[in-house]
Ligand binder design. Structure first.
Ligand code: UTP
Ligand code: MN
Length: 497
């Protein structure tokens, strides 16, 4: 039987509860409103803990209202606690965090609300329930959910991803984001969803997502998703956007002109392809095929050698999906920089020159840095950061890859084209760039959303800004950034949200 971890309980005090507890301090943490459950705790301990928390600037509510964000209980029997909570039915029950006393004592010790960790959750200990599911509080933020590459709910998340795409093609951001969030929550679960009932305490699952899941649970497939997959317009947009350099807008324009296939596009006289799209078509077969980890490693050596030929103190880091432990990716992402501040400006173009001289540069879109610390913080998130970067297509020789190329059988060329992204932040921005480029996209989105909504901070690939203190927070490692945000550290392989 699984037992919930119980935090050490302070010794019972015999003295009057008021003694020794300082008066209320000013409320410091606006986004945290605690409710202490009296059952099991008893009224005198409850009022002692209430005063203790208030003296440290925490807001403790006397009644379980809509305002409450964190419910703390010493009763760790999940089922009875949950029944009791439901009978009180605060309207926002699904978003309230229901925690054991460990979270409370940790927060008192730290003098601030600590990030909710798995050991703070009240576990269901009734033996007939398997797997043991936390009562609630899978966080609504991906940056508080450890998500590996192992996805036990692929049947659902694959379906959701089709819907994400469909709404993206129709420029409907809201529903597209809703399905992204739902997919991300299911990816984080260490168990397989077998009934809708099992999802009732999960965040980010709305009516529409549940309807899709219900279909899959009942019939093994979603009729809505099948309709989309067989829709001609969807198929065309999906095909056209799979070309490097072709976004949804261009694809839509071509689709409206009646173009349905890649050869339709190439045969259409009136169409002017830009340089990126030309390379996209030219190397379509290669770059639409996944890149293997061994190929990523081989490219790492090539870039590393090129960068070190320019400056012996070059710094190279693998980022993107491969840093998160993925076996395959659509490209390979690297940070290339130097500890000499300001020198990173030219490093990238020098590296590109080396690759060109080696005869392996098939395409290069080099964007010079537009980074300017004095223009920060930026209040709206831009898809691209301001660091110097380049989007490349490189020629990778099979003999440089351990175990050979990940290519079609019967392909006798001995080489393949691969998409590679290089970014070159100044060294004092390194931790932010590394965190931003490691992804996943959903993890990054939720880090920024968490920073803004829960901490009053602005985070992007360049910096972290505290809006209350009106200052930038320095960081030399990713851990520093998690610390500033009051988040438990997540290893890169746990960021596959
Ligand atoms: P990718 O699109 O390469 O995704 O961007 P990925 O996770 O590596 O997945 P695959 O395997 O290639 O398909 C990597 C990360 O870099 C960030 C993205 O937000 C993503 O988190 N990125 C990319 C930026 O921050 N800025 C950019 O200009 C481009
Ligand atoms: Mn990538």
């Amino acid at each position: 039987m699984l037992r919930a971890p119980v935090a050490p309980r302070p010794r019972k005090r015999s003295r009057p509860v008021e003694a020794g507890v300082p008066k209320c301090a000013e409320a410091k943490f606006e986004d945290v409103r605690i409710f202490l459950v009296e059952r099991k705790m008893g009224s005198s301990r409850r009022s002692f803990l209430t005063q203790l928390a208030r003296s440290k600037g925490f807001t403790v509510e006397d009644v379980l209202s809509d305002a409450v964000t964190h419910v703390v209980s010493e009763d760790i029997r999940a089922s009875s606690l949950w029944t009791w909570l439901k009978s009180r039915a605060p309207p926002n029950l699904s978003t309230i965090r229901v925690l054991n006393i460990g979270w409370f004592t940790d927060s008192m010790r730290e003098g601030r609300p600590v990030a909710v960790e798995t050991r703070h959750l009240i576990q269901d200990v009734s033996p007939e329930v398997s797997p043991p599911t936390p009562v609630t509080t899978v966080s609504q933020y991906a940056c508080q959910r450890r998500t590996t590459t192992e996805n036990r709910n692929k049947v659902f998340t694959d379906a959701f991803e089709v819907l994400v795409e469909k709404y993206e093609f129709s420029d409907m951001e809201g529903p597209s984001l809703a399905f992204r969030r739902a997919a991300s929550v299911l990816k984080s679960l260490p168990w397989e969803v077998r009934s809708l009932q099992a999802t009732q305490h999960l965040p980010c699952l709305g009516e529409h997502t549940k309807a899709v899941m219900e279909d899959i649970l009942q019939h093994g497939r979603s009729f809505e998703v099948e309709r989309i997959l067989s829709d001609e317009k969807y198929q065309t947009l999906k095909l056209l956007t799979s070309v490097f350099g072709v976004g949804p807008k261009t694809a839509e324009k071509w689709q409206r002109r009646g173009l349905r296939s890649l050869s339709d596009v190439l045969a259409e006289p009136g169409i002017q392809l830009n340089r990126m799209q030309q390379s996209g078509f030219l190397h379509y077969g290669d770059i639409s095929r996944a890149v293997s980890r061994a190929e990523a490693r081989a490219l790492g050596s090539i870039i590393d050698e090129a960068a070190h030929a320019i400056t012996p103190d070059a710094v190279l880091a693998l980022t993107g999906g491969f840093r998160r432990g993925k076996e395959f990716g659509h490209d390979v992402d690297f940070i290339v920089t130097t500890p000499q501040l300001g020198k990173e400006g030219n490093l990238l173009s020098d590296v590109i020159d080396v690759l060109k001289r080696q005869g392996i540069l098939l395409f290069c879109d080099h964007q010079a840095s537009t980074f300017d610390m004095s223009k920060l913080p930026s209040h709206r998130f831009e898809a691209m950061d301001h660091f110097a970067k380049c989007f490349l297509i490189l020629r990778l020789e099979g003999r440089h890859v351990d175990g050979g190329l990940h290519s079609d059988e019967g392909d006798s060329r001995g080489w393949r084209a691969v998409r590679v992204d290089l970014v070159s932040p100044p060294m004092d921005r390194y931790a932010f760039a590394l965190l931003g480029w490691t992804g996943s996209r959903q993890f990054e989105r939720d880090l920024r959303r968490f920073a803004r909504l829960e901490r009053g901070m602005l985070l992007d690939n360049h910096a972290l800004f505290d809006k209350t203190k009106k200052e930038f927070l320095a960081a030399t490692t990713e851990r520093d950034i998690f610390d500033h945000l009051g988040l438990e550290y997540m290893e890169p392989w746990q960021r596959n949200a």
